[in-house]
Design a protein around this ligand. Structure first.
Ligand code: BTN
Length: 252
């Protein structure tokens, strides 16, 4: 496989600053410093202590995964509540443009191909209200580690080059900037439109894994104006709003 790290000229055009690190614990942590400007970013192909949603870790062998974090400006509460979904939708759309046409979004922000995970997002809000958008993309699962059955990577779908990753990240950041820089009322319509284009969860039977360990199932019906998932509980037949749980697509 080609080494895909390089200088990222297209991505740099979308950013105020980009730090490329040979190795780092978590790219999200690099953006915690107070002095950094909006649209500063950090990137590595060797993240040693990556974090995932719900206290999970995000691990990949050196060179096998891309870890990218972007410091987004403080926005309206609506934009903040949709940011992580829009980030996932932007990655799914960019991956489709990269040739993986069946990439789709699982609520809230996993990018899947044939139900196998290609990318995950972890957004963390800083004390100053700005948000660190952390994006992990599997580049080559076969590099250095045993392939994980539930995971997939870009290399399975064709040649990965420095230019293709540069274009992919530049497209993602450009979509995020468009969303963040749109006035709040129109931003909601923009978010709903971009998410609906790639979302595979609504209309599906899902299991919901709550933070306290309980699990229930139902049919995912729609998204609320805050980006939360409306699910009809298969036992009570009542509609429940899922805010922060883990959701799995059940085979139909
Ligand atoms: C998940 O699927 O649970 C989210 C994974 C998010 C991983 C990315 S990699 C870049 C950024 N740095 C981190 O420590 N986590 C995110």
């Amino acid at each position: 496989m080609t080494n895909w790290l390089g200088d990222f000229p297209a991505l740099r055009q979308q950013l105020v600053g980009l730090e490329i690190l040979p190795e780092i614990g978590s790219t999200n942590d690099v953006l915690k410093s107070e002095a950094l400007g909006d649209y500063t970013a950090a990137l590595t192909d060797h993240q040693t202590a990556g974090r995932g949603r719900m206290g999970r870790t995000w691990v990949s062998a050196p060179g096998a995964g891309l870890a990218f974090s972007l410091l987004a400006p403080a926005t309206s509460p609506t934009q903040q509540s949709w940011l992580s979904l829009v980030a996932g939708a932007s990655v799914a759309a960019a991956v489709r443009a990269h040739g993986v046409v069946s990439a789709e979004l699982k609520w809230p922000n996993d990018v899947l191909v044939a139900e196998r995970k290609l990318s995950g997002i972890l957004c963390e809000v800083r004390p100053d209200g700005r948000v660190i958008v952390g994006i992990g993309v599997n580049i080559d699962c076969l590099r250095g580690v045993q392939p994980i059955e539930e995971a997939t990577s870009l290399a399975e779908f064709g040649e990965v080059s420095h230019q293709s990753i540069d274009d992919l990240l530049a497209t993602v950041v450009s979509s995020l900037r468009q969303f963040l820089e749109t006035p709040a009322p129109e931003a909601l319509a923009l978010a709903k439109g971009s998410v609906q284009k790639v979302l595979a969860t609504t209309g599906r039977e899902v299991s919901v894994h709550d933070l306290d360990g309980t699990m229930w199932s139902g049919v995912a019906l729609a998204l609320t104006d805050d980006g939360h998932l409306v699910v009809r509980d298969s036992v009570t037949r009542r509609e429940r709003i899922v805010v922060a749980s883990d959701v799995r697509h059940l085979r139909q």
